[in-house]
Design a protein around this ligand. Structure first.
Ligand code: ATP
Ligand code: MG
Length: 468
């Protein structure tokens, strides 16, 4: 018989020992995966000369925070949406900083600092009305120490206070375009996940396995759609695919958090796109079930036209620097449900104020279970509705009384929208537009007469006469 070489003998020995073979296969696979992970954690560093982010476009307060952390010997990076928006040539709406300093260490460096957050501790540094949010690098899930992190059986993470390094922090973020780090030491961008390439290709990619990441925090599905709408990017197939079957997980998210997300979706100048994208991926009903139900029976497309016109208006106002009250948004999105209920209850008699009052209360009660709308907004939204029948009452002093109502302007804008969406209210809208003009010029006249009167009758101290 031919003599076997040492290598072949080892192979034969391993093959004859099943357990050893099983162990070796797994060991080699583990090494391979580790190799991939380690090599993928080698970031691309884009130096100052290769990117267009200038410190002149960064908030002076964010720079202050970054420099102070860095001078104290900590790592300090500008992260998240700010880096993404600066690369896209937009103005970031807030400034997030990541560091290896712990929240306590951050507090010691800044007198104007407050620690917040239960799910994850964060430092807020206050400069007048501007807040710079500073987060300590997070640990990867595997590294999370007992007592610092808490994960449920369905994958959701409830508490999460384990600190890590920049490598682990990057993997904990949601989307590749949100995971770029601007290093204050040398003004380079550190990119672990191909975020710059994704921004250039205008695509929304989830970091890691989309399904796992959505399970950990279902709000990431809403975030993925929000950035798709906000940036006019497209959602990759991998990021889109799990959404339809994981959507019901949004039902377990606290209503207060969903209210915050709703405002970010609809009050930031891209409301119409958000509405379209949320409906396209089937998530709109997890924020506004009543509205979705109304839209599904909206045979003449009145409700959809009304919402679209209203959201477009909202976007225009916000993009020209004006304020939009969340009450108006809710009044807008739920109006179709009120109309539907009024049809069912009183054959669509929208002048029946008592019934409208009861129904509107029910609608907001149900809505609050999905997105916890603060009372002051639901009260104001219901006022906008309650003023609608009063536009028809134009006798005597009633128009003047309506004009002085604090919600008049919002209610009037609402009336114009109803007309725009196809309700036949043209004459009424014209009348109120003219009435306001007339009243404004009457007020100006009264004011001018008043000023003239005061300047002619002002009491003047007689000059002291000097005797010569
Ligand atoms: P913008 O402020 O323009 O709305 P943003 O990307 O800065 O966008 P923030 O909500 O301010 O969004 O969050 C800051 C960063 O924190 C994000 O860019 C992302 O990296 C990370 N982040 C926020 N929420 C989550 C989440 N639910 N899961 C994972 N990472 C998140
Ligand atoms: Mg931000």
């Amino acid at each position: 018989m031919k003599k076997l070489c040492t290598g072949s003998r080892i192979c034969l020995f391993v093959a004859s020992n099943k357990e050893l073979a099983w162990f070796l296969v797994h060991f080699l696979f583990f090494c391979h995966i580790q190799g991939i992970l380690i090599s993928s954690l080698r970031p691309e560093v884009i130096s100052r000369s290769e990117h267009g982010i200038s410190r002149a476009n960064i908030s002076e307060y964010a720079l202050k925070v970054l420099y102070r952390l860095s001078e104290a010997g900590y790592d300090a990076y500008l992260v998240g949406g700010a880096v993404r928006d600066l690369l896209l040539g937009c103005n970031p709406k807030d400034w997030d900083v990541a560091t290896n300093a712990t929240p306590e260490e951050i507090r010691q460096l800044f007198r104007n600092c407050r620690l917040i957050g239960r799910r994850f501790r964060l430092a807020h540094i206050y400069y007048g009305r501007e807040i710079i949010e500073v987060a300590t690098f997070r640990a990867a899930h595997g590294e999370a120490h007992r007592g610092h992190a808490q994960q449920l059986g369905d994958g959701r993470i409830l508490r999460d206070n384990a600190y890590g390094s920049i490598d682990s922090d990057v993997m904990r973020r949601d989307l590749t375009c949100n995971s770029l780090f601007y290093d204050i030491k040398n003004f380079s961008i550190v990119d672990y996940v191909g975020g710059v390439a994704d921004i250039n290709a205008r695509r929304i990619c989830v970091i890691g396995d989309s399904e796992t990441r959505y399970r950990e925090d279902p709000v990431r599905m809403l975030r993925a759609l929000r950035f798709t709408a906000k940036l006019s990017f497209h959602l990759t197939v991998e990021a889109a695919q799990p959404i339809s079957h994981l959507a019901p997980m949004l039902d377990d998210i606290p209503a207060a958090r969903l209210f915050d997300e709703t405002l970010k979706l609809f009050q930031k100048g891209h409301a119409l796109r958000s509405f379209e994208v949320l409906r396209e991926y089937g998530l709109f009903s997890y924020l506004f079930l009543q509205t979705e139900d109304t839209l599904s029976v909206d045979s003449d497309h009145y409700v959809e036209s009304f919402i679209r016109a209203g959201l477009e208006n909202t976007d225009n106002r916000i993009n020209s620097g004006k304020f939009v009250n969340p009450a108006f948004l809710y009044a807008l999105l739920l109006w179709g449900s009120l109309r539907q209920a009024m049809y069912d209850e009183v054959e669509g008699d929208m002048d029946n104020i008592a019934v409208m009052n009861t129904l509107s209360q029910d609608i907001f009660q149900i809505q609050s279970e999905q997105t916890a709308i603060p009372k002051r907004f639901s009260v104001q939204a219901r006022e906008i509705w309650a003023l609608q029948p009063r536009f028809g009452q134009r006798q005597g002093k009633r128009p003047l009384r309506l004009l002085s109502h604090p919600r008049f302007r919002a209610a009037y804008d609402f009336l114009l929208l109803r007309n725009q969406a196809g309700e036949n209210l043209h004459e009424l809208c014209e009348w109120w537009t003219e009435f306001q003009k007339r009243e404004a010029s009457r007020m100006r006249e009264i004011q001018a007469n008043h000023i003239n009167y005061r300047s002619h009758t002002r009491f003047r101290k007689p000059r002291r006469q000097t005797l010569g």
